[in-house]
Ligand binder design. Structure first.
Ligand SMILES: [Cu+2]
Length: 108
């Protein structure tokens, strides 16, 4: 087993200090994946102020559109789109390229 040199030890200390902060900030945020023309999870319940990030895992472009609320650009493979929900309500959304792809975000 290799012993830590001075520089590695410094990096480890910095990581130990920063890590809990990063984890805490990410805790409230949610992710939706697009896999094989399906939003996963299709329905999500979140609290006001939560940021949802969609990731396109298909090798086909998709969009995320909620009429009058938000609209992503066309997402290629591994592209992401984020939206922060600042008002309670039910947000239905769909893919404008494949309108049968639908999802729901319930904000309470
Ligand atoms: Cu699509």
């Amino acid at each position: 087993m290799k012993t830590l040199n001075r520089r590695d030890f410094g990096v480890a200390v910095v990581a130990a200090i920063l890590l809990p902060v990063t984890t805490a900030r990410a805790e409230g945020d949610m992710e939706v994946h697009i896999d094989n023309f399906v939003f996963e999870p299709a329905e999500l319940k979140i609290k006001v102020g939560t940021t949802v990030t969609w990731t396109n895992r298909d090798d086909i472009p998709h969009t995320i559109v909620s009429a009058g609320k938000f609209r992503s650009k066309t997402l290629d493979t591994d592209d992401k789109f984020s939206f922060t929900f600042t008002n309670a309500g039910d947000y239905k959304y769909f893919c404008s390229l494949h309108p049968h792809m639908t999802g729901m975000i319930k904000v309470e």
